[in-house]
Design a protein around this ligand. Structure first.
Ligand SMILES: [Fe+2]
Ligand SMILES: [Fe+2]
Length: 461
């Protein structure tokens, strides 16, 4: 905590402390919001995943800051008030950044370093005895801000800005710095210098893009040629081969953050706890996708050559349903995962397979799903007088509203619904030096069969 002499030095008063905390809160809430708003239409897989995590971290610190402000004689909290026009423009500009490289530069090389510096300065200036609860919160925030900044630095040092050059340039960076200077720095503790500049990228109205995009590792995103569940629930097939199908199912969960981000972006006027909990769930679903990716890597399989991961679910829901209806579908699908053909079954398959990684991943996947069921009860079923039957009927009705004409997709030349399973299983056997089991290799279903089953078994989760 510090020496007695240092504790005897006065520091920031309650009002000054709260003013600064509200600015950190604003910066983190804008960070959370803009990362979610950008991840669906961002094609690059690693960016979708990183932004899912960073949105979650930002949301957690937003929650801590809200709680701390509420402790400091501050009802009404005034947390929705924009603390300074300069800060508003700073984040409006980053949110409207035309390329991912601009966004990463603006957020991770300008805004978040300013937030980090403000938190560190606050920690140095406040009285560590009188304001100990704030110090604790700031220490945790610094830990995770450093992780975010490290990621941003690595992203900017990677091939990304070379492949997709930023358009902002030095002038745009200067504009962002002017925003901060006019606001007296992120904390407002510095002397305000200069005027808030005019907008650049954010000059026009901002338009949210909720249509999912994927990068080159997803070459056939309309493919519905493999009915994963039909394979998984067929007791004639061996558990070891089923782990491959489970890794595919996990990786396919990339569509859940793509869809949930649109709920969080478009659904206004909910209590903060709703956004916090759903953002945690969004990050869990991104983790599930990465578990699939890691599973394939562990098998020595380059998944992007063998597995066709579709985006038809997130695309259909985002384009055809309201945010409330999307939330209903999500809950409807997830509550279906709690029965004995759901998460427990997948864990049992992992256990029986001898693939300890599959067992471990399914163990945590199941645990996460129990949490998601709780989140669904808190934020969805509650709106149906806590009646899960009525909630499920509504979710089912919303789900059946989504039109997906797979035959039309084929006629339009978007996909051939190719059966990629034999290629994946063949590669798995080749890597292991094993002879393929003819029955497993021959597994094939039509997309009509998949479609007929979709209401019974979830596409995602
Ligand atoms: Fe889930
Ligand atoms: Fe999941």
């Amino acid at each position: 905590m510090g020496s007695l002499a240092s504790l005897a030095e006065p520091g920031l008063g309650v009002n000054a402390c709260v003013d600064r905390l509200k600015r950190y809160h604003y910066a983190l809430q804008r960070t959370w919001r803009l990362l979610l708003a950008r991840l669906t239409a961002e094609p690059i897989y690693e960016l979708k995943m990183a932004w899912s995590l960073h949105a979650h971290l930002a949301a957690e610190h937003v929650s801590s800051l809200r709680e701390r402000v509420a402790e400091m004689r501050h009802p009404p909290l005034g947390l929705e008030k924009i603390p300074h026009e300069g800060l508003r423009l700073l984040f409006d500009e980053i949110q409207a950044a035309p390329t991912a490289a601009d966004l990463i530069h603006g957020l991770y090389a300008v805004a978040l370093p300013a937030l980090r510096a403000a938190c560190a300065e606050h920690l140095a200036e406040t009285n560590r005895l009188a304001d100990a609860p704030t110090c604790r919160l700031l220490k945790f925030a610094l830990l995770e801000l450093d992780e975010m900044l490290e990621w941003g630095e690595a992203a900017l040092a990677s091939g990304l800005p070379v492949a997709l050059p930023p358009r902002g340039g030095a002038e745009w960076t200067a504009l962002l710095q002017q925003c901060l200077a006019a606001a007296g720095g992120l904390s407002g503790a510095a002397e305000a210098a200069g005027e808030v500049p005019g907008p650049h990228f954010s000059a026009g109205p901002w338009k949210y893009d909720k249509v999912p995009q994927r990068d080159g590792r997803f070459p056939d995103p309309y493919n519905m040629g493999v009915h994963a569940e039909a394979f998984l629930y067929d007791e004639h097939f061996p558990a070891r081969a089923k782990t491959l199908m489970m890794y595919y199912k996990r990786l396919r969960e990339i569509d859940v953050p793509e869809m949930m981000a649109s709920i969080l972006t478009e659904m206004g006027d909910k209590p903060w706890g709703f956004y916090r909990d759903l953002t945690r769930q969004l990050w869990d679903e991104a983790r599930h996708a990465m578990m699939g990716e890691v599973g394939f890597v562990a098998q020595g399989i380059d998944w992007s050559r063998y597995v066709m991961v579709n985006f038809t679910w997130s695309k259909g829901l985002n384009e055809q349903l309201t945010p409330q209806e999307r939330h209903a579908v999500l809950w409807f699908i997830e509550q279906g995962l709690m029965n004995k053909t759901g998460k427990r079954f997948e864990w049992e398959v992992g256990t029986a397979s001898g693939d300890v990684l599959a067992e471990l991943f399914q163990d945590y996947d199941w645990a996460d799903e129990v949490l998601h069921a709780r989140i669904g009860r808190d934020w969805f079923v509650k709106d149906f007088d806590n009646d899960p039957h009525r909630a499920a009927a509504y979710g089912s009705a919303c789900w059946s509203k989504v039109v997906s004409d797979w035959e039309q997709l084929r006629r339009d030349g978007l996909t051939e619904h190719r059966n990629w399973w034999p290629g994946l299983y063949g590669e798995f056997c080749r890597v292991r030096g094993e002879t393929p089991d003819p029955a497993v290799l021959a597994f094939a279903t039509t997309y009509e069969e998949t479609r007929a089953d979709l209401n019974r078994i979830s596409a995602s989760g």
